[in-house]
Every structure is written in structure tokens, then in C-alpha cells.
Write a protein that binds this ligand. Structure first.
Ligand code: BGP
Length: 490
């Protein structure tokens, strides 16, 4: 295997899932602050009127806000070359439309980036990882409103100018394609900050799967995000021509369940909609030829695709690299009676050949090799980076405090080997950040017991725990992998 010497090994987190300090130092509410926890069988609920008796997992999360020095030191001990994190938009502009940024919020990220630099760790910064200020949802209707493009750009300009000498690698929107996934409601809220007034004003807890979804608003909102992202890429290159600015796609790799041509066509349509649409617009700078018809089939009037000014913006704001999350694969079929299973922001047909995590996400390292080659073919000469990969599992703490998470090592080993094989083939893979190198709040279920980390955090779903950190067996394993540049996977 031949990982390049400058390969960006590391881990990835999101502000809303690790920081806590949800109203500290002037931060405003953001979308995830309104969500309660669920579990594998029960969807998370959304409660807009903050209930002081309820446990909102993101309010304290794992308290990275006060532990960042300790956490970054642990990442450095593992040998990280890169740390992916997000800036919480609501720390910088608490209401989204404030005339001036919040200095305390800006200072926090200065401190975090300085700490990374101290250890030679390259930050990779997501500008919006679901953290749309809540006021933008209630006042502007999220990205459905074109004014939100301007609010986003103002926030982005503030970040680019402030951190231009500290951060080189940026991502615009996390998993921008979730807007079309999981039945829409969750994607609308998380991805687009798009909600109907009826839900915004609800006094009741609403399961995320029951949020009202309007496909027309969803696709218009997504289009506005494409425009916002392209304008951000252009602006970033003006501020610092060395910036590398990427997209981020939730790559839910799929296979047809059977060779039935009906299944093949349905699979192709799902691939186009869920994986290809966003990547194509952001990498190629234009909508793919089938985009209009696929939208029409969903009852959407795609008039916005023909906006000449936007077309020019998309062309001028193509991303510098393509990044994606990869956890599992699933199958597509027209058979209504097929057995289904959970996945990352998805619920699709089960693959009889694969094992799954305790949350039903099917484990498929071969699928990672397949995906890397597929993407390298689809987007020639575009550097690729895997910015999320990992397994959520229940960890047992032994009496002496040790945690023997062999299942996590068993998950990573073949995935990293698959990356090596793809690199040998010539795939331009530049880095790999595992998801949640430290335990954090699950985005899908809001649980803390769904742990991804090499580092354990003493924090639990009933709110108990003292936030202390400890090293799992996988910590020492990943350290060895990085030290050997991916050679030693034993
Ligand atoms: C991705 C998100 C992350 C992260 C991850 C794992 O969709 O970008 O924020 O949470 O999935 O998912 P979960 O937390 O639901 O296990």
C-alpha cells in the first residue's frame, strides 16, 4: 500500500455535536439546539419552545468548548495531521443577521486553531454543519429565502478574513445532499433550515420524520445553497488564492438488490438524486442533463435551473476538491416487501451479504473501494477526501477503566486497506478523517451511547457523567496506523 507521505490522517467532529456551551459567550440558538434525543427505533423529536426539564443533547454535548486543549493534545498524541471541525454559525452571528460579529465567538475559534498549529495539525473547517442560526429559520425560512444567501456570505467573509492565515482547507455545507434524503423533513431542517410555520410554532414535540416537507421549497432551498456555496468559493479564492475549498456529500453508496431491469433503473434514479446531483453541480459547475426531469417527477417546477445569473455563479464557483462521508452501503429495489434497514440518513433495502452495526448500518469496506474508483472516474483530476467514516457502537468500560473496542479496529482495518488499494490504482485521495475520534452526540439519534471515538468521554444519555476523557484500545491502534503511514494495520 502506498499512502503518500503528506496524507491528511485525522478525525472529524461538528460543533453542535461536541462543543456544548450552547448559549455561552453570546452564542445564539442554532437548529440542533432545538432537538431532543431518540434511539434506533424512535426518531429524534423537535421541540421549538425550549423545555427546561428536557435533555437537549447538544446543549452540553461533550463540552469541547472547555476541553478543547485536552482533546487536541490527545489528537496530537495519536499523530493527527488534520482535524476537521465546524464553526458554529450562531457563535459568530447569534441571530444570523446581526450587524457585527460576536468577538467572543471569533476568539474561541482563534484559540482552537492556535492549539492545532501548536501540534502541526491542519484544521479542515466546515462552515455549516447543520448549525443554521435558529433565528434564520423563524425569520427567513432558511435557505428557501434568497436573503439567507447574503447572510451566509457575510458570515463566510468574516471567517475567511479572520482565519485566512490559520486555515487553508474549508468545506461549505456538510452533507448538502441530505436535503433530499430521509423523507425530506429532517433534511429540510438540518440541511436547509427550512420549516413550515405550523411546525415552527408547535407547542408539542414533533418526531423529525413527521416534519412537513414541501419538495418545491426543498429543491429551491438546495439551489440557493449551491449558489451560496459557489459564491463562497469565489470569495475565498479572492481573499486567499491558496485556499482549498471543497463540498461535502453524504455518499450513501447503493447497489441494485436484483438484476431485474426495473431495479436497475430505480437504482440509477436514486444514485442520481441522492449522490450525483449535488456532486455534479458543485464539481462541474452545472446541473446534470437529467436534473430537470428528475425534479419534475417529484412534482417540482425546476424553473430556477434556468436562471442565467445563477448559472454563471455556479460555473465560477466550482469546488477545489470533493469530500464525502462513507459509513455503509444499502440496496435499492422496487419490491415493496423487501427487508429494510437503517443507514446514515437513509432507510433502504438490506443487503443479505453484509453484517451490520448495532444501529443497522451495513458494514462494507469493499464498497469504499468501489466508491473511490467510481468518484475518481466521475470527477477526473479532482482530489478526493473521506471526511467521515466509522462505526457507532456501545462501549464497555472495564473495572480498571480500559475499553477493549476490537470491533472498532475490525471496522477500520479493511476500510483503510480499501483506501490503500484505491490509491495504488491512482485514485487521488488526499486525506482521511474518521468520524468522531472522540465520543460525541449522534446526529441521527441524539444518543451519547452510540460511540465512535478512539477517546471515551464520560457523558451519558440521562445527562450524567463528568466529561473525563480516556483512551480506548483503538486509540493506540490508530496511532500506530498513522505512524506507519497506513502500512501497519495489524
Ligand atoms: C453524518 C453527519 C455527522 C455524524 C455522522 C454519524 O451524517 O455528518 O454529523 O453524526 O453522520 O451519524 P450518527 O451521528 O447519526 O451516528
Amino acid at each position: 500500500m502506498s499512502f503518500p507521505k503528506n496524507f491528511l490522517w485525522g478525525g472529524a467532529v461538528a460543533a453542535n455535536q461536541c462543543e456544548g456551551g450552547y448559549l455561552e459567550d453570546g452564542k445564539g440558538l442554532s437548529v440542533p439546539d432545538m432537538l431532543l434525543g431518540g434511539n434506533v427505533n424512535t426518531p429524534r423529536t423537535f421541540l421549538p419552545k425550549t423545555d427546561p426539564t428536557a435533555f437537549y443533547p447538544s446543549h452540553e454535548a461533550i463540552d469541547f468548548y472547555h476541553h478543547y486543549k485536552e482533546d487536541i493534545a490527545l489528537f496530537a498524541e495519536m499523530g493527527f495531521k488534520c482535524f476537521r471541525l465546524s464553526i458554529n454559525w450562531g457563535r459568530i452571528y447569534p441571530n444570523g443577521d446581526d450587524p457585527e460579529p460576536n468577538e467572543a465567538g471569533l476568539q474561541f475559534y482563534d484559540n482552537v486553531f492556535d492549539e492545532c498549529k501548536k501540534y502541526g495539525i491542519e484544521p479542515l473547517v466546515t462552515l455549516c454543519h447543520y448549525e443554521i442560526p435558529w433565528a434564520i429559520v423563524t425569520k427567513y425560512h432558511g435557505f428557501y429565502n434568497r436573503e439567507t444567501i447574503d447572510l451566509f456570505l457575510k458570515y463566510v467573509r468574516t471567517c475567511f478574513e479572520r482565519y485566512k492565515d490559520k486555515v487553508k482547507y474549508w468545506l461549505t455545507f456538510n452533507e448538502i445532499n441530505i436535503a433530499m434524503m430521509v423523507g425530506g423533513g429532517l433534511g429540510d431542517l438540518y440541511g436547509l433550515g427550512l420549516m413550515q410555520d405550523e411546525d415552527i410554532n408547535s407547542e408539542e414535540r414533533i418526531p423529525l420524520t413527521k416534519l412537513k416537507h414541501d419538495p418545491q421549497q426543498c429543491f429551491e432551498g438546495l439551489h440557493n445553497e449551491f449558489v451560496a456555496s459557489a459564491l463562497a468559493v469565489k470569495l475565498g479564492h479572492e481573499i486567499n488564492p491558496d485556499f482549498m475549498i471543497g463540498n461535502m456529500i453524504c455518499h450513501g453508496t447503493m447497489y441494485p438488490l436484483t438484476p431485474n431491469p426495473k431495479d436497475i433503473l430505480f437504482w440509477q434514479e436514486k444514485e442520481h438524486l441522492n449522490n450525483d446531483l449535488c456532486g455534479d453541480v458543485m464539481v462541474r459547475g452545472e446541473y446534470p442533463i437529467w436534473a430537470k426531469n428528475i425534479m419534475k417527477s417529484l412534482g417540482v417546477d425546476p424553473h430556477f435551473i434556468d436562471n442565467e445569473e445563477d448559472k454563471k455563479i455556479l460555473k465560477e464557483g466550482k469546488v477545489d476538491f470533493y469530500t464525502f462521508s462513507y459509513y455503509q452501503t444499502s440496496c435499492i429495489t422496487t419490491d415493496q416487501n423487501a427487508e429494510m434497514t437503517q443507514g446514515n440518513m437513509s432507510y433502504r433495502a438490506k443487503n443479505p451479504y453484509l453484517k451490520a452495526s448495532e444501529w443497522g448500518w451495513q458494514i462494507d469496506p469493499d464498497g469504499l473501494y468501489y466508491t473511490l474508483v467510481l468518484l475518481a472516474d466521475r470527477y477526473p483530476h479532482t482530489p478526493l477526501m473521506i471526511v467521515e467514516n466509522g462505526i457507532g457502537a456501545i462501549d464497555k468500560v472495564e473495572e480498571d477503566g480500559s475499553i477493549h473496542d476490537t470491533y472498532r479496529i475490525d471496522y477500520f482495518r479493511p476500510h483503510i486497506a480499501a483506501m490503500g488499494r484505491a490509491i495504488d490504482d491512482g485514485v487521488p485521495l488526499i486525506g482521511y478523517t474518521t468520524w468522531g475520534p472522540i465520543d460525541l452526540v449522534s446526529a441521527g439519534t441524539g444518543e451519547l451511547r452510540k460511540r465512535y471515538g478512539f477517546i471515551y468521554v464520560d457523558k451519558h444519555d440521562d445527562g450524567s457523567g463528568d466529561f473525563s476523557r480516556s483512551r480506548k484500545d483503538s486509540f493506540f491502534w490508530y496511532k500506530k496506523v498513522i505512524a506507519s503511514d497506513g502500512e501497519d494495520l495489524a
